[in-house]
Design a protein around this ligand. Sequence first.
Ligand code: CP
Length: 324
Amino acid sequence: MKNFISVKDVSDINALVAKALAYKANPFADRNLGADKKIGLLFLNPSLRTRLSTQVAAKNLGLEAIVFNVDKEGWALEFEDGAIMSGTTVEHVKDAAPILGQYFDVLCIRAFPSLQNKNDDYSELVMRSFVQFAGVPIVSLESATLHPLQSLTDIITIKEQMLQVPPLGGGGGKPKIVLTWAPHIKPLPQCVANSFAQWVNAWGEADFVITHPEDYELDEQFTKGATITQNQDEALKDADFVYVKNWSTVTDYGKIYCNDPSWMLTPEKLKHSNNAKVMHCLPVRRNVELSDEILDGANSLVTTQAGNRVWAVQAVLAEILKAK
Ligand code: CP
């Protein structure tokens, strides 16, 4: 693996999932793989899980991880080619990225979308610039449109459940996975939803349904292959896994239209599911996106999911180190 920006960088999803689960069983199997190597973790936005799970995974592989909170401690970066830098930006990515490429063997970057201009965000300018100018492998810690480490974790978590609870898909049948929109007080990026849809579709081992209110259609480049409905009750029927996530509007970009609280997932809504397990990437707004009863209930996978972030990124870093 050269870079890890999207599912397109993965040749065999099941093999990567198996590798991650093997690390979960034996975290230090490759404790010397990263000896004498360094990864740089660049954060243009906040993080709890992504930052710490990557640091833990790096340690398990013998890698040194150095965190740089660019948003708080670095120069404001410019990404536009040919920009006249007479405004607030201080350093062009063309100048900064090759230097970082000399300091680190792998660069990991988190850069959220602006939610102001869809074309700018969906062109993935920040991630593309680092790939172009750094000269070392790039790992996305969440970009303007995608969150591949989260999605790999999500598939790992689903697969792990399927192995533990046969015949849930384990008997040859496909699990029913539902991605449902949830209310939120702020307009959020589409990254997690886009990425989850892209990975589940590429994985191809599920009956995949996406449900959201009118006007919350995701970009078809990620959802193609899924069944899409605005009837949440219908979508949840017979579900094995329900992934809950808010996202802002895509067409009239970055807005909140409907914020109907009745879209919040509750135990009542799951009564016609197949005793569905509930997933969320976290952080979660309790009793806005998801009820306390669900989050604190036996069917919540959110803590397991967050724990699995370590094994996902460890598998990715190992693949990149082996390919170098
Ligand atoms: N799910 C996730 O990416 O969490 P953080 O934003 O805390 O890293």
